[in-house]
Design a protein around this ligand. Structure first.
Ligand code: FAD
Ligand code: NAP
Length: 335
């Protein structure tokens, strides 16, 4: 039978923004429920070393997210493995439906659904997805040991993916539509120094070439954007790393969005166009899109939700008899 769960704060998403919101909402005694979605831990679970999370010179992305989940849980966040398929923001309390059949009724909602990889939209890209075409080097790189691989894009993700793929591939070709990368200089330096990587400037992918049985990629067709001339390259793996788009489908007709689908928040706040609904992280941010900025916004969203609930009288029934971090082991009690 379908279950109904009531909560003061429903957090949707389990990336840095969601888990940080969980930590802060728990410490405000709001007993939040956090729904993880299809990618528990978010985008950082698809990468390897993270070198810009303050306090850790280097930490593996998946480990960082396991730590964040444990932290939110220890502070008292109830973490649920479900996907929100429908969200009604027209009346308060808000109603969300989970893929599991559970209905969540919430006085405030924190949206932290982040972003998803973009695709080029080519028919042949779609046809070979999962059979040589991928958007996640950490997930699929291992399948291309000793093979030639191409990576499309010029941002941090593309360069990191290219570097990571040299652990497996005999050769990696980074293909970019301009002759200048967006990636940070430190990554560009590593790219230039890596003998396994070649860069093909001013080119775009026009077709993925492959076979049907067994299904797999054998090469690609690229076009020189200056001359229009087309040429072929052999490759077994094609990694698309052209950026991410905000996951705002749940709210696209209910909240004000920026061009590109990012949820609009009031400057300096996480308030959206609907009172009681707050948004944090990559879902709102076309500019910085970093783990630390997402976590910072998750903190802001929980504080904004607490203030909203106090003003509307909903937070009055907080159980303040519980010690801070009531889900935590003794030694991890709140500061
Ligand atoms: P995300 O991490 O995108 O998480 C979104 C969450 O929402 C997921 O858990 C998903 O399951 C959930 N969700 C989505 N839809 C639903 C739904 N309908 N119901 C329930 N849940 C839902 N940043 C850095 O600072 N340093 C790095 O080194 C770094 N490396 C990166 C490497 C790669 C390959 C990529 C792709 C990104 C990297 N970034 C890095 C960027 C960083 O990962 C993001 O800025 C950050 O993860 C955004 O956090 P977020 O919480 O907003 O969302
Ligand atoms: P991004 O910075 O938006 O870069 C996307 C790249 O793909 C750009 O070089 C762009 O080309 C290219 N591109 C876009 N559409 C294309 C198309 N249709 N055809 C061909 N090329 C196309 O995306 P990202 O690299 O995924 O990074 C997203 C965010 O995550 C950034 O804020 C980044 O800093 C962050 N991130 C951080 C780290 C880190 O800190 N180590 C690692 C990964 C990601 P143009 O340059 O010509 O526009």
């Amino acid at each position: 039978m379908a279950e109904t769960r009531k909560t003061k704060v429903l957090i949707i998403g389990s990336g840095p923004a969601g888990y940080t919101a969980g930590v802060y909402a728990s410490r405000a005694m709001l007993d939040p429920i956090l729904v993880q979605g299809i990618e528990p831990g978010g985008q950082l679970t698809t990468t390897t070393e993270v070198e810009n999370w303050p306090g850790a010179t280097e930490i593996q992305g998946p480990d960082l997210m396991i730590n964040m989940e444990a932290h939110a849980k220890a502070m008292g966040t109830e973490i649920i493995g479900d996907i929100i398929t429908d969200l009604d923001l027209s009346t308060r309390p808000f109603v969300a439906k989970g893929d599991s059949g559970t209905e969540y009724i919430a006085d405030a909602v924190i949206l932290a659904t982040g972003a998803r990889a973009k695709w080029l939209g080519l028919e042949t890209e779609d046809a070979f997805k999962g059979f040589g075409v991928s958007a996640c080097a950490t997930c699929d790189g291992f399948f291309y040991r000793g093979q030639e691989i191409v990576v499309i894009g010029g941002g941090n993700t593309a360069v990191e993916e290219a570097l990571f793929l040299t652990n497996f591939a005999s050769k990696v070709t980074l293909i970019h539509r301009r002759d200048e990368l967006r990636a940070e200089k430190i990554l560009q330096d590593r790219l230039e120094k890596n003998p396994k990587i070649e860069t093909l400037w001013f080119h775009e992918l026009v077709e993925v070439v492959g076979e049907d049985s067994p299904r797999g990629v054998t090469g690609i067709k690229v076009r020189d954007v200056r001359s229009g001339a087309e040429s072929e390259l052999s490759a077994k793996g094609v990694f698309i790393a052209i950026g991410h788009a905000p996951a705002s489908e749940l709210v696209k007709d209910q909240l004000e969005l920026h061009h590109g689908g990012y949820v609009k928040v009031k400057p300096g706040s996480t308030e959206t166009s609907v009172p009681g609904v707050f948004a944090a992280g990559d879902l709102t941010d076309h500019k910085y899109r970093q783990a630390v900025t997402s976590a910072g916004m998750g903190c802001m969203a929980a504080l904004d939700a607490e203030r909203f609930l106090a003003e509307t009288g909903v937070a009055e029934d907080r159980d303040t008899t519980l010690p801070l971090g009531h889900g935590a082991p003794e030694s991890e009690g709140a500061a």
